[in-house]
Design a protein around this ligand. Structure first.
Ligand code: FEO
Length: 171
């Protein structure tokens, strides 16, 4: 049984995961417009992953006798000054997701809500990978700078990222 406060926090996080998908879909659109289809693909896969995070919160709330309460999703930014600026924002965004997840873990410990604490461990671990990937992108984009040949190669590399639906992965 979830406390009312925990139910609110989990619904807030569900909303933030939806917002995360919006952010990455918006970055996908930005890169498609710039003909950087590999960068766009990376953002598309990221957005799809965020949707699986949304469903995890949705299902956990329902299975824990909570109530899923959907709220309006904030509109994402639609323009960036450069590819680097977009990737830096993606990294900062993931850091903010981590902070939010950690705050809910903290609440679960305070409330001795061990089921929610256990559920959140998947996200604690996932965020290590999410931040690392986002940071790697920032470093790579910084390295290629304005070298168009190197940008072409990095774009091709990011085009290889594939979305793996949770049912086919280890979850
Ligand atoms: Fe669901 Fe990228 O945090």
């Amino acid at each position: 049984m979830l406390s009312e406060k925990m139910q609110n926090e989990l619904n807030e996080q569900l909303n933030y995961e939806l917002f995360s998908a919006y952010v990455y879909f918006s970055m996908e659109a930005y890169f498609l417009d710039k003909n950087l289809n590999g960068f766009a693909n990376w953002m598309h896969v990221q957005a799809m992953e965020e949707m699986t995070h949304v469903l995890k919160f949705f299902n956990f709330l329902h299975e824990s006798d909570g109530r899923v309460l959907l709220k309006p999703v904030e509109g994402p930014r639609t323009e960036w000054g450069s590819s680097l600026e977009a990737f830096e924002e993606a990294y900062a965004h993931e850091q903010s997701v981590t902070r939010r997840i950690h705050n809910i873990v903290d609440l679960a410990l305070q409330e001795k809500d061990f089921a929610t604490h256990s559920f959140l461990q998947w996200f604690v671990n996932e965020q290590v990978e999410e931040e690392n990937n986002a940071k790697q992108n920032v470093q790579n984009v910084k390295m290629v700078s304005d070298n168009s040949g190197a940008i072409f190669l990095l774009d091709r590399e990011l085009a290889a990222r594939v979305f793996v639906p949770p049912a086919a992965s280890a979850e």
